[in-house]
Design a protein around this ligand. Sequence first.
Ligand code: 0PR
Length: 378
Amino acid sequence: MLPAKGRPAAEVLAELRALRAEDQAFASGRVLGSMCTAPHPVAVQAYQMFLETNLGDPAWCRGAQEAERRALASILGLLHAPGGSDGLLVSGGAEANLTALRIARRSGLREVILPRTAHFSFLKACDLLDMEPRWAELDGQFRVDVGSVEAQLGPNTACIVGIAGTTELGTVDPIRELGALALEHAAHLHVDAAFGGFALPFLPGAPGFDFALAGVDSLTIDPHKMGMAPIPAGCLAVRTAEMLRRISVPTPYVSTEAQASLVGTRPGAAAAATHAVLQHLGEAGYHEVAQRCMATARLLAKRLREAGLPPVLEPVLPVLAVPVPKPEPVRAALAKQGWFVSLAPLTRGIKVVCMPHVRPEHVEAFVPALRAAVQEVQ
Ligand code: 0PR
């Protein structure tokens, strides 16, 4: 309730400290279902520095605007985007995917071909844009089956979606083949690399997924996932700046001429924080983070096999789906013990993401807890 008279700051902060103590901190190593992680300390400092800035009205926030431009330039470079490409920092993967479908919808066509593994944000986007999802099946490795995508293609196809780092399994769809199909049928190809975008470029032997592949038109990549930036930090990258112009509306009274972003008032703090962590970690830093997370995921896979609970796949990215007999009760039993996992609905199990805050010692403690939870609910 809004108090009639303001309360002392110390009292309000004490209340919030008590609330915060009810949250699970990433540092505990027990948040195993999240695709976000503790923001890098340098990003936190940058965030605080730019707290009052608004990218929606850059006339008086030239510095924040430049921070966004520099962060975007780093991300576009990482993604092998050609000259003339562009992008937007957004609130996260859902907004980036929605914005990509807005671009594709400008064709006047309505159908979106989605792999069965697609994130639910695409359903929200289809709902908002009056688009129709057409589901494509998966192959034996849980990547989208190119033949199934081809079978769904037709005169009403606006967009093909490929995923580089699926939410449940971390798998990477055959983007090169999807690019060839998209070019052949003049469809928009959007790659959802919200999770994989900051890891795949740093994992030797990982499949290609970005603008280096012909036919890729737009790409979601989230700094607030493997990029180690604070929430909210998502990014949509587009092959040509014209794609953003297609969805821009005039903004006659603020200091932009037009905006492609869904959101008007946008946090310059998120842009500054993203630029800070990109510059501070650099390629070598992200390489180290990705390798460390993969090593933890491989250790987890090994311990799970030893415990008789093998994961669906050897990790491609640091995500493991583990089939268990009663996933929801297992998740609840784990939560009671202070372990927070996610569900893996496609493969009927639970899901663990080895984000940077998850260390080998957490994995070693988790596997016996999972085994106990599975036995408890039988
Ligand atoms: N695309 C992919 C491939 C994703 O995995 C996600 C989110 C999105 C898009 C949407 O991104 P935003 O949530 O940033 O809009 N993946 C996780 C999920 O839904 C997000 C998440 C993060 C879930 C932290 C739990 C959590 O604690 O499972």
